[in-house]
Design a protein around this ligand. Structure first.
Ligand code: PLP
Length: 284
C-alpha cells in the first residue's frame, strides 16, 4: 500500500514521522475521510472546504492549493487497484522539538494521506440494521472541527461495545441528541425526516448534506431541528450517516425495538435514492 507523506509517495511500511510531531504528542491536527466511487472522488469540494474550515479554526497552515490537494488524492487513488476506496488525509501542526502547548511560529504542517478499499455495507446490516445505545456526549464544545483528537469518541465506542451495541447515539447534558460516535443522526417521525441543525455540537457531515439534498429533490419532508431524548425514543426510524457507511438503519435503541425492529420504509427509499445518486455521480 502506497501512502503520501510530506511530498512523497512511498510504501506504508517505510513511512515514518517524528516522535515530536504535535499530532503524536498533543493530537494537534485535523483530518478528512472521503469516499471514492469507481475511482471518482465523491464531493471533493465539500470535503476540501470542511478541511479548510478545520485548518482555519485551529490556526494550522493550509500547505496546499485546492489543485495540489486534488492532485495528491487523485494520485493516491490511481496507485491502488480498488474501484471503490476511502481516502484518509491528516494535517498536523508539525514537528516541534521542545514540547510546549504553545505552538512555535512557522511550523511546517505534516501531511499524511492513504487509501483503503471501500467495502459495501454488509447485507446483514441492510436487512437487519444495527443496535445502538444512548450515551452522554462527553466531548468538547467544538465538535464542528474534524480534529484527530478522538479519545472521547474511542471511549464512547468502547462503552457501546461493552453494552453489546454496535454504536452509540450521543445525548448532551441538556438532553438533546447530537450525533453518533462517527456519524450524524436522523430520525423519521410521521413520515418527516428530522436531523439536528449544524452547530458546534456536531460535525457538518457531508453524507448528511447529501441525504438532505436527495430528500429535497425527491420531495421527502425534511426538517432540521433539535431532537430530544424523548423524540429519539419515540421515533419511527433512526439512521446514522457517514462517508463510509452511507445511511445505516438503527433497529434497536437501548435494548428496545425501533419501529417494528426492521429497517424502515423511509430508510429503504433513501437507500435506493442514495444508490441512484452515486450511479449518476459516477456516470457524470
Ligand atoms: N460526525 C462525526 C463525529 C464523524 O466522525 C463523522 C465521520 O466520520 C460524521 C459525523 C459523518 O461525516 P461524513 O458524512 O462527512 O463522513
Amino acid at each position: 500500500q502506497i501512502v503520501y507523506l510530506n511530498g512523497s509517495f512511498l510504501p506504508m511500511a517505510e513511512s515514518q514521522i517524528s516522535t515530536q510531531d504535535r499530532g503524536f504528542l498533543f493530537g494537534d491536527g485535523v483530518y478528512e475521510v472521503i469516499p471514492v466511487y469507481q475511482r471518482n472522488i465523491f464531493r471533493f469540494e465539500e470535503h476540501l472546504q470542511r478541511l479548510k474550515n478545520s485548518l482555519q479554526a485551529t490556526s494550522i497552515v493550509n500547505p496546499f492549493s485546492d489543485d495540489e490537494w486534488l492532485e495528491i488524492l487523485e494520485n493516491l487513488v490511481a496507485k491502488h487497484p480498488w474501484n471503490d476506496q476511502y481516502l484518509y488525509l491528516q494535517v498536523t501542526r508539525g514537528v516541534q522539538m521542545q514540547r510546549d502547548h504553545l505552538p512555535a511560529d512557522c511550523l511546517t504542517p505534516t501531511v499524511y494521506a492513504y487509501t483503503n478499499p471501500l467495502k459495501p455495507v454488509a447485507q446483514n446490516i441492510i436487512e437487519n440494521g444495527i443496535k445502538v445505545v444512548t450515551l452522554e456526549d462527553i466531548r468538547w464544545l467544538r465538535c464542528d472541527i474534524k480534529a484527530i483528537t478522538l479519545l472521547p469518541n474511542v471511549m464512547m465506542k468502547l462503552a457501546a461495545k461493552a453494552q453489546g451495541a454496535d454504536d452509540a447515539i450521543l445525548v448532551s447534558r441538556e438532553g438533546v441528541v447530537s450525533e453518533g460516535t462517527a456519524s450524524n443522526t436522523f430520525i423519521v417521525k410521521d413520515g418527516t425526516l428530522i436531523t439536528p441543525p449544524n452547530s458546534h455540537s456536531i460535525l457538518p457531515g457531508i453524507t448528511r448534506m447529501v441525504i438532505e439534498s436527495i430528500a429535497e429533490q425527491q420531495n421527502m419532508p425534511i426538517v432540521e431541528k433539535q431532537i430530544s431524548l424523548e423524540e429519539l425514543n419515540s421515533a419511527d426510524e433512526i439512521w446514522l450517516s457517514s462517508s463510509t457507511k452511507e445511511a445505516l438503519p438503527v433497529t434497536q435503541l437501548d435494548g428496545k425495538m425501533v419501529g417494528d425492529g426492521k429497517p424502515g420504509k423511509v430508510w429503504l427509499q433513501m437507500h435506493k435514492f442514495f444508490q441512484e445518486h452515486k450511479q449518476q455521480f459516477i456516470q457524470q
